[in-house]
Design a binder for this molecule. Structure first.
Ligand SMILES: Nc1ncnc2c1ncn2[C@@H]1O[C@H](COP(=O)(O)OP(=O)(O)OP(=O)(O)O)[C@@H](O)[C@H]1O
Ligand SMILES: [Mg+2]
Length: 261
């Protein structure tokens, strides 16, 4: 469903993604792991076209999104949902407004209809209806994450990209969020791409990809991950100091260097 071919992105003179090749299977959950600052969020944003690639392709349902203009991209966005790293709710809007905003912006939907859809999504993410008129600063971190997910579900996306959906949540709330994600994915046949540092996600995911120094170093099934002997995976999921990723410095000497395209 999503095919990433030799994708690269340079900020200043530093390559963040530096030749990412990855096939993300349809209707499955794929988790992208990697150390902080490796460019996981940049990669997610490149998949959806929020960050323009320096070179390479991102093919979604046969269309290379790196070649699209703004209008064509807007159309493509209908397929996508994006759950941001930090919920990204608008503080001056209540939950109803935060979730319903995209419906207001994109269609001329009557208010009663919007409220009905928002209520439906609120119950999908197991939140109580009374939350509707609360403001983000009245919500806990876990509630905000679920509101963020509800907002994404409003547009019935075929693909959902999640950036660290459980960071900062306690283990029980994390589990609830993971179960919700897995449930949505199965129930609505959603292709999910999840950036996460939370090793519990492997229980819910189908595939794991590891990003290091701008490249995918491993792709395989999530169920085998704890038996996996790929040295990057082995080091990363156990948090070991020794391994190919080093502790402070990226291993690939070309990483972060000026390079000809
Ligand atoms: N818009 C931007 N302009 C310049 N540099 C950027 C931009 N966005 C990201 N970067 C740089 O790209 C690198 C990768 O950032 P990114 O946020 O993708 O990391 P990450 O893997 O998601 O980290 P974390 O796990 O901490 O969220 C960082 O060095 C960051 O400073
Ligand atoms: Mg990030």
């Amino acid at each position: 469903m999503i095919e990433i071919i030799n994708l690269r992105k340079k900020f200043g003179n530093r390559w963040i993604t530096n030749g990412v090749n990855l096939e993300i299977p349809k209707n499955k959950m794929t988790v992208i792991i990697g150390r902080s600052g490796e460019g996981k969020s940049v990669l997610l944003k490149q998949i959806i076209g929020l960050i323009k690639a320096t070179s390479g392709k991102v093919i979604v349902d046969g269309v290379d999104i790196t070649k699209l203009n703004e209008t064509e991209l807007q159309k493509m966005y209908k397929k996508f949902g994006y759950v941001f790293q930090f919920a990204a709710l608008l503080d001056s809007l209540n939950v109803l407004e935060n979730i319903g905003l995209t419906l207001l912006e994109h269609n001329n939907m009557p208010m009663e209809e919007i409220i009905k859809i928002v209520r439906e999504k609120i119950s999908l993410v197991n939140l109580k209806q009374e939350i509707l008129y609360k403001y983000p600063n009245e919500l806990s971190g876990g509630m905000k994450k679920r509101v963020g997910l509800a907002r994404t579900l409003v547009r019935n996306p075929e693909i959902i990209l999640y950036d660290e959906p459980t960071t900062g949540l306690d283990p029980i709330t994390s589990r609830i969020v993971h179960e919700l994600m897995a449930d949505m994915q199965k129930r609505f046949q959603i292709t999910s791409v999840v950036v996460s540092h939370d090793v519990e996600i492997f229980k819910y995911a189908d595939y794991v990809a590891l990003l290091n120094a701008g490249k995918i170093r491993y792709f395989g099934e999530a169920k085998d991950i704890w038996e996996c002997d790929n040295p990057y995976v082995y080091q990363f999921i156990r948090g070991l100091a020794n391994g190919p990723m080093g502790v402070d410095t990226p291993v690939d000497p070309s990483y972060g260097q000026e390079e000809d395209l």
